[in-house]
Design a protein around this ligand. Sequence first.
Ligand SMILES: Cc1cc2nc3c(=O)[nH]c(=O)nc-3n(C[C@H](O)[C@H](O)[C@H](O)COP(=O)(O)O)c2cc1C
Length: 183
Amino acid sequence: MNKKIVVITGSPRKGGNSDILAEAFITAAESKGHMVQRFDAGRLKIGGCHACNRCFKTEKACSFDDDFNKIAAAVQEADAVIFSTPTYWFTMSSAIKAVLDRFYSFLIGGKAQEIAGKKAAIIACCMSEDPGTMNDVKSPLMKSFAFLKWDCIGEVLVPKAGNPGDVKNTDGCERAAALADLL
Ligand SMILES: Cc1cc2nc3c(=O)[nH]c(=O)nc-3n(C[C@H](O)[C@H](O)[C@H](O)COP(=O)(O)O)c2cc1C
């Protein structure tokens, strides 16, 4: 069955490694007939959570109405949510962290049950040769998926990717595309 997929990328660098990996996944998912909505969080206007606890008090997820609300609406409808992030200082980029923080609106807004049961996956890259550099990219996302009752279908962690395009010299794109088989 065709699924609704949300892909959230986290780099400000257009056409960089996390974009290339996301694109490999999207091409594979679309070739299987899935509908993909992509949000480039690193290039959108998405601030941090204000902890005002006014989530879903208006018709929107967040009363601070920036681009997060578009992502929130798409996530509510999605069957799967895929994050593609560069490693910044041993963790996810601040753009992805901002999105994740704003997922707080689903909890406070009473939507936790409604958004449970989705599939999720992690795509990440880093400059270091050591894949362990991405442990703390993976860990908070995995814990968040478990908390949200989302099923993690896979992780594609790609080391040795510092300069834009470096992922093309790895098996990362192939592995990102293979995630589409698990939707
Ligand atoms: C602010 C910043 C912090 C970074 N921190 C790390 C790091 O902790 N470990 C690492 O291996 N690479 C680090 N990198 C390198 C990026 O993870 C790497 O260049 C990645 O390919 C960037 O993805 P992009 O091309 O999608 O932007 C950092 C890069 C930037 C700009």
